[in-house]
Design a protein around this ligand. Sequence first.
Ligand code: VG1
Ligand code: CO
Length: 543
Amino acid sequence: MTIQTISTQPFTDQKPGTSGLRKRVTVFQQPHYLENFVQSIFDTIDAPPGATLALGGDGRYYNRKAIQIILKMAAANGFGRVLVGQGGILSTPAASCVIRKYRTFGGIILSASHNPGGPDGDFGIKYNTANGGPAPEKITDAIFANSKKISEYKITDSIDIPLDILGTFELSGMQVEVIDAVGDYAELMASLFDFAAIRLLLNSGFRMKFDAMHAVTGPYAREIFINRLGAPADSLMNAVPLEDFGRGHPDPNLTYAHELVEILYGDNAPDFGAASDGDGDRNMILGDHFFVTPSDSLAVLAANARLAPGYAQGIAGIARSMPTSAAADRVAEELGIPCFETPTGWKFFGNLMDAGKVTLCGEESFGTGSDHVREKDGLWAVLFWLNILAIKRQSVEALLMRHWARFGRNVYSRHDYEGLPTEAANGVMQYLRANFNTLPGARFGRYTVDTCDDFSYTDPVDGSVSTAQGIRIMFKDGSRIVFRLSGTGTEGATLRIYLEAYEPDTSRHHLDAQVALAEMIEIALELSELKIRTGRDKPTVIT
Ligand code: VG1
Ligand code: CO
């Protein structure tokens, strides 16, 4: 074996977004593109010689190829050992679990999450630190800076490792351990939840359907729901991972998980439905003819956390991303625990969890998790729900109705405008900012603007500041509209409009969110001049 030093030229577009670097597969396939970014990670993190790295991805097209390249680069860069998931696969939360359990120096996760895969789809890569969480901005900024001045990378000329066989292999003096991708994670879940109670629930007429969307959670769901919890085999659908997700869009929401939605809203519907995304960190929760918004899901889990053995001692605090509804804040208030509001993206929760300030975290974008790992965790959320239902023996709908009767309902919806010309999307944001001075006091129907700002966040643990994290228009009655540009897309711009109104009146809790929010939706379009500026009058996706 020889270490080769390959000279290269920088690419200018390797800036990590909300969750790592995401680009079209064809972009990653350009000579040196992946290598440049990986070398920039290694140059930035400066691991001591002989350090251990975790490595795995969501199994999408190009995953295997990328894994082999990264292994050879890790060997050439002085790593002593790499733990790689069998077949090159690790769900994002399982990767976080492996980093923590085996105390690796860090990990590289290959995923474009909910973005479509395949030769014309997307690919992605991100670095997680020793706590198991996504690298904070300080590190991703340094990786980007490095990528703009890189001139060479190191790689060995060794042969490929057989990724499908469990065991230890040697690659140019570095140990490559191909580990069972599922076992450690399943064990962690069994330590947090009452598997006996869930097993009983699943064997007493309660029916569930879990949609793995042909993505990474299939094998995890099979091991946990079927093998360990005794659910019937037909409780799973789309459970075989495919490199192109069966040409689907592995995003668990009402639009893209329509197959599951049709089952839960059809005749003889199961009691419970759930889905997860490409890399297994998101979750959607459904009841029989009922949809639980992710914001409400976080609040329900917080309010009932003590029912799960892993949280029986209570939770220290909650954190939610800024656009997530304040439903969890109401629960935190009643529990007498703090609730933190962070920018969008899981990387902002890490410090709070490491400092023991929060136990549960959530985002409106179908992300929920806790300090058991440092990523959001789709199957964890599904198991938490099943644990609660197994003890409470109520329908999902009844549980929510009671929750709202107690705390009031934060009616919530997100409208996404995908694939907008970047200039038009930026124009909307600039126009809104330009009106910050005149908006307060302005009246729109029954709503009056109280304040508006561009959200900025000071991390209470390390003092780092993140600015321009989304425009908030706050109304006098506590309702709110948030405008934000996505940081995970690979084409054009995606504008997200987040709408929230508080409804204490129980007689209105059964209303469909789109009906309850109709007036606010009109206001959002009016004050952003969205139709004129983008030519669109309907969102691409409503969640
Ligand atoms: C989206 C979500 C955000 C989430 C991120 C990564 O980001 O809104 O809440 O953390 O995806 O999730 P953006 O910038 O497009 O709004 V995943 O499952 O794609 O890793
Ligand atoms: Co994801």
